[in-house]
Ligand binder design. Structure first.
Ligand SMILES: *[C@@H]1O[C@H](CO)[C@@H](O)[C@H](O)[C@H]1NC(C)=O
Ligand SMILES: *[C@@H]1O[C@H](CO)[C@@H](O)[C@H](O)[C@H]1NC(C)=O
Ligand SMILES: *[C@@H]1O[C@H](CO)[C@@H](O)[C@H](O)[C@H]1NC(C)=O
Ligand SMILES: *[C@@H]1O[C@H](CO)[C@@H](O)[C@H](O)[C@H]1NC(C)=O
Ligand SMILES: *[C@@H]1O[C@H](CO)[C@@H](O)[C@H](O)[C@H]1NC(C)=O
Length: 425
């Protein structure tokens, strides 16, 4: 018995060593404290360009969770000659509880703001000096005015010499890299079989915005319109590898039909990376995914779970989020009283997505008697739709949007209101 326990402990020890020493980062990224992969980009860019660069690796701007992280980042930036660096934090207001980590782990629990910051009216992007007296002290400012150096953070993964596209503990195998042409472009059912033949891989399931960004990056330099991903309709869509449906990037206004899902890999900004239905019997390129040794399924970032609200038909539910001061995507908002009846009221909505993304509004039902005013964070009108409209989308230039609507004429004029899904893009 004692020997068995010793053996068990010894095995655990071996496994521990193996797992730790096998941790690695994508090329160019440095493993920091066995927990983060960081890369410094000393060239100054505006905030959106910096975030876009990081998303191209399946990451975000660096997140800072404690004083040690902060010091490491200051040193890393200073050593590369940068005097300021962007941080993966966005503030929606003037106190630290309104500041959120880019990686979706929620509001800040640690901060290193200079006294008096975050300050109102400056802009929500956060950066810090890395040299001089105030080195390491954060300030907020306008995202698209100044340019700074930046550090990207991507998940750690495991060493696998046989894997070209290695991300967060999984190996991704795009069909266009398979040796034979006949294996590259085929039906959904056959694609599943071909994946299985690649070391027991499955058609890809996708569980976070970062993973979706990473997959987009595989197709960045080839002009594929679309690929199959591993989801099929049973009751709703589910993943064929039996993992949880915990992240949803289906295009709510997609007009295509079918029982399988494709991902838009065309690389255009509009709907880039979004999913939509496709005929399973159509031939398409596809992507397989297999786990690596020692990797267990990770907890999915709750911020990226799409809340599915099922309207109850008996009582009078309100899913409108009318007069919300900060509604963080993803989610669904509606006109007041929708879909039961339109109640005359004036509503405003302040909508946002986390710092690395821009905000997309996907109206799947729209029927209004008067204008819905949609403005960007600077008050510029993005759109003011009215009437009975087919599904449409409005893509904002930044991560913040305001809407206002007065539904007083809806019911008298025979309109029923609107429903909109809010997603990052
Ligand atoms: C390394 O990470 C652990 C756990 O996240 C943390 O407690 C520790 O302070 C970190 N050490 C350094 C040097 O960053
Ligand atoms: C912070 O913002 C609130 C609401 O926008 C405002 O009332 C308050 O005066 C601000 N505080 C400071 C110190 O700017
Ligand atoms: C895949 O095959 C189908 C049917 O053979 C063809 O119509 C389609 O153009 C091919 N797709 C690509 C991207 O080559
Ligand atoms: C929303 O706010 C407006 C004005 O601030 C108010 O008139 C309206 O009744 C509010 N609507 C709801 C549903 O609370
Ligand atoms: C929408 O904007 C127009 C023009 O600025 C304004 O007249 C109207 O009152 C606004 N409607 C709402 C509901 O805020």
């Amino acid at each position: 018995m004692k020997n068995q326990i010793l053996f068990f402990l010894f095995s655990l020890f071996l496994l521990g060593c193996l797992a730790d020493s096998d941790l690695t980062c994508p090329a160019g990224f440095k493993l920091v404290n066995q927990s983060k992969c960081l890369k410094i980009f000393p060239t100054s860019l505006k905030h959106l360009e910096a975030e876009t660069t990081c998303r191209g690796f399946g990451g975000t701007l660096v997140t800072v969770k404690n004083a040690i992280d902060n010091r490491n980042i200051v040193n890393m930036a200073a050593n590369s000659g940068a005097s300021y660096t962007w941080l993966g934090i966005f503030c929606f207001g003037n106190d630290t509880s309104s500041c959120y980590h880019d990686d979706g782990t929620g509001a800040l629990t640690y901060n290193s703001f200079q006294s008096g910051y975050p300050k109102s009216g400056l802009g929500g992007c956060v950066y810090m000096p890395t040299i001089g007296k105030t080195a390491g002290q954060w300030v907020n400012g306008q995202c698209e005015v100044s340019s700074h150096a930046f550090i990207c953070e991507v998940p750690t993964t495991f060493i696998d010499p046989l894997c070209t596209h290695n991300f967060d503990g999984y190996c991704y195998l795009p069909s266009h890299e398979f040796s034979s042409d006949t294996l590259q472009n085929t039906t959904f059912e056959e694609a599943m079989v071909i994946c299985e033949e690649q070391g027991g891989a499955k058609l890809v399931s996708i569980h976070s915005q970062k993973e979706n960004d990473f997959i987009k990056s595989i197709y960045k330099y080839i002009n594929f319109p679309q690929i199959f991903i591993g989801a099929k309709v049973y009751i709703g869509f589910s993943w064929v590898d039996d993992t949880r449906w915990d992240y949803d990037y289906t295009n709510p206004v997609a007009s295509s039909d079918g029982k399988c899902l494709k991902m838009d890999t065309s690389g255009k900004i509009e709907n880039g990376g979004m999913w939509s239905p496709v005929d399973c019997k159509e031939a398409n390129f596809f992507l397989c995914k297999r786990p690596m040794f020692g990797v267990s399924e990770k907890e999915i970032n709750p911020k990226f779970k799409r809340q599915l609200t099922v309207p109850a038909s008996t009582d009078f539910p309100d899913f409108s989020h009318c007069n919300t001061t900060l509604y963080l995507a993803p989610g669904i908002i509606t006109s007041f009283g929708y879909p039961e009846k339109s109640v005359p009221t004036y509503c405003t909505w302040n909508l946002a997505v986390l710092g690395p993304y821009r905000l997309g509004l996907f109206f799947n039902d729209f029927s209004t008697a008067s204008e819905l005013n949609i403005t960007d964070e600077y008050g510029k009108v993005l759109s003011n739709p009215m009437g009975n409209l087919s599904p449409f989308q409005v893509l904002a230039p930044t991560n913040i949007v305001s809407m206002s609507y007065n539904s007083k004429m809806d019911a008298p004029d025979g309109y029923h209101g609107f429903s909109v899904t809010i997603l990052p893009f």
